[in-house]
Design a protein around this ligand. Structure first.
Ligand SMILES: [Zn+2]
Length: 136
């Protein structure tokens, strides 16, 4: 990856560490997937067409997860952040609804859930029968 595309990927929150972990679990479990599918609402991070499954790997802060990191606003420009982040949340909800209307199942995996490998596997296993646990 060139420096420029690496930078752009960071800006859009693509290829983040949590996302790479989910991809690696799926890959090692033998699943095929597409990445950052542009023609789907919200450009899901990981898409498994065979299972009709769209996965978002969300940063807790940017997508306002119901956890400490997601609920803590920066101390400066609080109003700006509130507006910006609540727009993100609204957009997320809209996109997920559109996807569901198109017949997709949607999984949202939060950055903070990545730390608990067991619960991550459980989340994935709800929709995918062969997710394998591995020790890193
Ligand atoms: Zn979180």
């Amino acid at each position: 990856m060139s420096n420029r595309s690496a930078l752009m990927a960071t800006v859009k929150g693509e290829n983040t560490k949590p996302e790479m972990l989910v991809r690696s679990i799926l890959h090692r479990s033998g699943y095929r997937y597409k990445l950052h599918v542009k023609d789907l609402p919200g450009r899901p991070d990981i898409v498994l067409p065979k299972y009709g499954l769209a996965i978002f790997v969300n940063g807790c802060f940017w997508h306002q997860h119901n956890c400490k990191k997601g609920q803590t606003l920066p101390k400066t420009n609080e109003k700006f952040w509130k507006t910006k982040l609540s727009r993100n949340v609204e957009r997320d909800a809209n996109n997920q609804e559109l996807l569901k209307k198109q017949g997709w199942k949607v999984i949202v995996i939060w950055e903070c859930q990545i730390k608990n490998l067991k619960s991550l596997i459980e989340i994935l296993s709800e929709h995918l029968p062969n997710v394998k646990v591995m020790l890193m």
